[in-house]
Design a protein around this ligand. Sequence first.
Ligand code: ADP
Ligand code: ZN
Length: 617
Amino acid sequence: MTTQMHTERAGSESALSVLQNVYGYQAFRADQAAIIDTLVAGEDALVLMPTGGGKSLCYQIPSLVRRGFGVVISPLIALMQDQVDALRALDLDAVFINSSLSAAEIRDTEARLRRAEVDMLYVAPERLLMPQMLALLDECADAGNLALFAIDEAHCVSQWGHDFRKEYMGLSVLADRFAEVPRVALTATADERTREEIAENLCLTDAARFVAGFDRPNIRYTIGEPDNAREAMLAFLDQHHRDQAGIVYCMSRRKVEQTADWLVRQGRKALAYHAGLDAATREEHQRRFLREDGVIVVATIAFGMGIDKPDVRFVCHLNLPKSVEAYYQETGRAGRDGGPADAWMAYGLQDVINLRSMMAQSDADEQHKRVEHQKLESMLGLAELTTCRRQALLHYFGESLESPCANCDNCLDPPDTWDATTEAQKALSCVWRTGQRFGVNYLVDVLRGSSSERILRFGHDELAVYGLGQARSANEWRHLYRQLIAKGLLAVDVDGHGSVVLTEQARPVLKGQQVLQLRHLRKGGSSRSGGSRRSRAPVSNEDMPLFESLRALRKRLSEAAGVPAYVVFNDATLADMVALKPDDVEQMRQVSGVGQAKLDRYGEEFLAEIRYHTGLS
Ligand code: ADP
Ligand code: ZN
């Protein structure tokens, strides 16, 4: 917006009217109002809120309400352009300074900052800490034109976490150097330890703390162990996410490449992303994911932090993540806009073996290894669970959810259990009889009575357990072994060969002193559970044609403007439009996400499209 409007509003408009007029939202969510009040009053804040909770407004609105401009510190240079575009679509004046600008552009932007003509400045920490930048900000602060500092992705200051960036440590200088300017640190990372490190390292121990609940009710959790994970995923995507954007995580680069190629051959728009690709390719793939409709990125964990795309409809895991924290963070990238989203995972025995031996072979010290080991166990526990996944997930983060969520696979389609005692005894005694020196595939061969050369050579065809398990498929036996490993009755010998050994816990089962209830094999998100799932489309079937044509209109407009589709309107806004079917400008203003600027810019075109459809029906 223009300088003049900016100064006018700074004095008069309240935070709520900015929310309504600029952003087009009716009310603040949860802690947003309190956080904004704290910053507007000139005080510091530490904000922990899940992805999609609405962190950005917490610093954007105070930047607008307070005098001068807000400085937003973010590690993600590649995303700054999109963040700034999204604000410009609201007629806000946002700028960034980074290495993608020419020297002349930087000089020009600096001059505009000196004149306090802008609403928000985005910079990476290394840029902010350059002497020239700090000197410029000193000047602005002296003139009373620094509204606030917002430190986004604040967990990057934590040495414990996996996103540590050493430049973040330097941000502690802001406390002294700009003592009068309020600071807010924001993160979606949940755990206590990281939280304390952020407060400590950013000199925010006295800051007001806002810790939101970590539930993401719109995300549906599904975890399965299908025979063929790729095929099961495709079936699931065909059923629930035909042309929608999503992320597929794999453990290795090779698997990323193979899966992306395979998806392309199945007619999907899929792109690979991992640290082995050159920077230009990575950037291009990220750009297409943000800009184009319905792109699937297949990635290692290198992809995702700070991806602001609100309409990621699914996150799939084709491998078991290392910890519940990682699982929560990665799945959390789905459904930022609050619309229905899926977190779907397929895993198998090999994942457990790989992760365990990776950990055993790492150079980390013993204490670190123990922690990692526990984390993997917790993740495995979540995967093998037969009760509500959300309750378990929240419990892990120290929260409680009273009743089962009705939006996870175990709630929607409770798993059957069976008395597996006898079968487990066969499996365990096969381990014992063969000398605890073999991997699961070999053990299964013995149980099923294979006459492989190896078995004959070891004389294992003469064991009592040989051929005892012919009634079950190899896959059922592998599944049983995995559950025995997950439950701790068997341990994987971490010599790298994956042989399994009995643990103390196997004894009572082997001796028949304990009954073992296990879960039936679940084929994953498709097949069995497919039919019973209720539909979760953002709009009703009869409104689908209208929704689709609004999406098409959005696509044309965003392409013409060279911005991501969600910068025009996000899916939640389109769904609200379809629900309300506004007939004139005033009604259009009632739609959530339609503020003044977007009303002026796009209102008429969307109204025309809606009228055309309602006239038809
Ligand atoms: P975060 O940074 O916490 O992941 P965002 O700030 O990107 O979340 O917000 C997620 C989505 O929710 C965005 O599309 C945003 O516009 C929307 N949003 C935020 N606050 C509100 C609100 N009070 N009412 C409606 N929508 C909101
Ligand atoms: Zn549940």
